[in-house]
Design a protein around this ligand. Structure first.
Ligand code: G6P
Length: 608
């Protein structure tokens, strides 16, 4: 996500900020900026694009003199990437300046309140609301103003703040977004992540939720939300810089798999209000939702697989017919888009050439297009009629994991919303599904923590020539993604098959010892799946089954069983995919492949 660096000391701040920000570049960002106090005023320079531009604009920091400053790399959430939306953000008279990581969920409400008091806003960001809210409460005591806004803000934040009236102080505060501070030789420094600080000190303080830091160039004090001083001890960082960028994980893919609980929560929680699903950005009235005659989901790669899963949910739950198509096929097949068709384009990057072309084609034919996109301000996000963002944060590993999981959640929300509005899901049904949805993050975490079991199993298959994945219904869609994960990063040929289709060809490929992964999460299909497992076992297959807790019957047929926790039948993909991602990952690293950058593949496919 975004990056924060702040400095107060005896050296020029801007070069230190630029250096620190460059160490956070790996996190992904779309704009960057700095604010430095020059002895009279706080000067801000910010720009859309790479850090290189900020470097050039300030001549490596030279044109921003001063020894107190804050810097930021922004990954857009509220408002497209632009010079204006880039951080830092000021209050109206430019006496308070803020950089922010995280999302203020009630920012619109706060903004309205401030507007009613005559405040005007320059940007579309939630961060500017923070600067203006500080202004509103500031009566000469920064600490007091900070605690006041903490009581009013909902959501997550790590903030670096400068008050012009207090030119010898730098403030920082956090809630649910990481922040660390450290004593450097020539002053004090704050950062959102360890790599930005390692060059200056290895002894850091990890700021906990709702803790505030007040720093001068020599001192560092910590307070709680009641303005009471608190004691903290520092931690010595032993990691090397490379490891730190991966947050201590060996690879980005593993780190991103571990970020899935957060990606899931961040995608659903802002959209559940008072027990109802509120998707303002959908821009559709209930009447328009009731008028949907058909949904056409168009995407590539893993995003297409999430579409395959959601087809079963839109149809089963909301009773809306769904067609899922690969973008590269859709764009050339003269599709029929009758009135009442909602086209949904799903894309992590928002830049995939075929998906973008499909979007344009659909619009040209008069369809309403909804984008489900991870990168804010990307082409698909800009060109779709409406965009629903997945809040997975930047994804670096080529093989998607957390963006995939967030795409599933976005579609669960849409399907539940549509079903509810169309009278196919009642209040009790919705409440029970939302309860299950809220459980998913901890259930995913539990499955991830079981990784050693999968690692051991994976190590037995490093020499496999091919692997089959079978399932029915949603489980077929999960199998497609499980198969893709394995083949793209381990270079082992694998194929996903609808289990009922086995007899029509694939079964002739099963030999002694062939690994078949069977996914069984839909109770009404257990028996059918068990018959399919028996069929492949009779031909010598070794069967790994992924099924729901309690379905112990499968142990009689499968050779190895992984259980997933109980959830709503429509949400099982979010859990069953975790062991399959881990399997692909461990086979890949066991074989010594470059798991984060598999050969011949690109993260964002911007050419046809
Ligand atoms: C590439 C990536 C996949 C991704 C697909 C679609 O192939 O490696 O992980 O699923 O593109 O990308 P998009 O950005 O549109 O989701």
């Amino acid at each position: 996500m975004c990056g924060i660096v702040g400095y107060i000391g005896d050296e020029q701040a801007a070069p230190i900020l630029l250096d620190g920000l460059s160490r956070l570049e790996y996190r992904g960002y779309d704009s960057a900026g700095m604010a430095v106090y020059d002895g009279q005023k706080i000067n801000v320079v910010k720009s859309k694009g790479r850090l290189k531009i900020l470097n050039e604009l300030t001549h490596g920091g030279e044109t921003l003199p001063g020894m107190l400053g804050i810097g930021h790399t922004r990954w857009a959430t509220h408002g497209e990437p632009s010079d204006t939306n880039a951080h830092p953000h000021y209050n109206s008279d430019e006496s308070i300046v803020v950089v922010h990581n995280g999302i203020i969920e009630n920012y619109l409400k706060l903004k309205k309140k401030l507007e009613a008091h005559g405040y005007e806003f320059r940007s579309e960001t939630d961060t500017e609301v923070i600067a203006q809210l500080l202004d509103f409460y500031y009566k000469g005591n920064p600490l007091q103003a900070i605690t006041k806004i903490m009581h009013r803000m909902e959501g997550s934040y790590a903030l670096g703040i400068i008050f012009k009236d207090h030119p010898d102080e730098l403030y920082a505060v956090r809630k649910d977004s990481p922040l660390i501070v450290g004593h450097a030789k020539t002053g004090n420094i704050i950062a959102s992540d360890v790599p930005a600080i390692l060059r200056y000190t290895r002894d850091v303080y990890f700021i906990e939720n709702e803790e505030i830091v007040r720093m001068t160039k020599d001192t560092m004090e910590f307070f709680n939300v009641d303005e009471e001083p608190i004691e903290k001890t520092s931690t010595r960082i032993e990691w090397d810089v490379n490891a730190a960028e991966k947050g201590g994980y060996e690879h980005f893919m593993l780190k991103e798999m571990y970020e899935q609980p957060k990606a899931i929560t961040d995608t659903f929680s802002p959209r559940i209000k008072d027990g109802k699903i509120v998707i303002e950005e959908l821009g559709m009235t209930d009447e328009e939702i009731r008028a949907i005659k058909k949904i056409m989901i168009v995407a590539c790669g893993s995003a297409y697989h999430t579409g395959m899963t959601s087809k079963y949910i839109y149809e089963g739950l909301a009773r809306i017919p769904v067609e899922v198509d690969l973008a590269s096929e859709f764009r050339y097949r003269n599709p029929i888009l009758e009135e009442g068709t909602l086209v949904i384009i799903i894309s992590q990057s928002g830049e995939t050439a075929d998906s973008l072309a499909a979007l344009r084609e659909a619009k040209k034919r008069g369809a309403r297009v909804l984008g489900i996109v991870n990168v804010v301000g990307s082409s698909i996000a800009r060109e779709a009629d409406n965009v629903m963002y997945t809040w997975a944060g930047p994804e670096i590993a080529v093989a998607t994991t957390k963006a995939y999981s967030a795409q599933l959640i976005a579609q669960y929300l849409l399907a539940m919303k549509f079903a509810y509005v169309r009278g196919k899901l009642d209040d009790a049904g919705l409440a029970s599904m939302l309860d299950d949805l809220r459980e998913l993050p901890s259930q995913v975490e539990m499955l991830l923590n079981n990784k050693e079991k999968i690692q051991k199993f994976a190590n037995r298959y490093l020499a496999a020539r091919e692997v089959f994945f079978i399932g029915r219904g949603i489980d077929y869609a999960i199998s497609m993604e499980g198969s893709l994960k394995l083949k793209e990063i381990s270079y082992i040929h694998s194929e996903a098959y609808a289990a009922g289709e086995l007899k029509h060809g694939t079964i002739s490929l099963i030999e002694d010892g062939t690994l078949v992964t069977a996914v069984l999460t839909q109770p009404d299909l257990y028996k059918k799946m068990i018959s399919n497992i028996v069929e492949v076992k009779t031909r010598g297959a070794f069967v790994l089954a992924v099924t729901n807790t309690g379905n112990t019957e499968v142990e009689k047929t499968a050779d190895y069983v992984i259980y997933i926790p109980e959830t709503n039948r429509y949400f099982t993909n979010s859990l069953a995919i975790i062991p399959l991602q881990l399997f692909g990952y461990y086979v890949s690293i066991g074989k010594g492949c470059d798991v984060d950058k598999p050969r011949n593949l690109a993260k964002s496919v911007t050419v046809e």
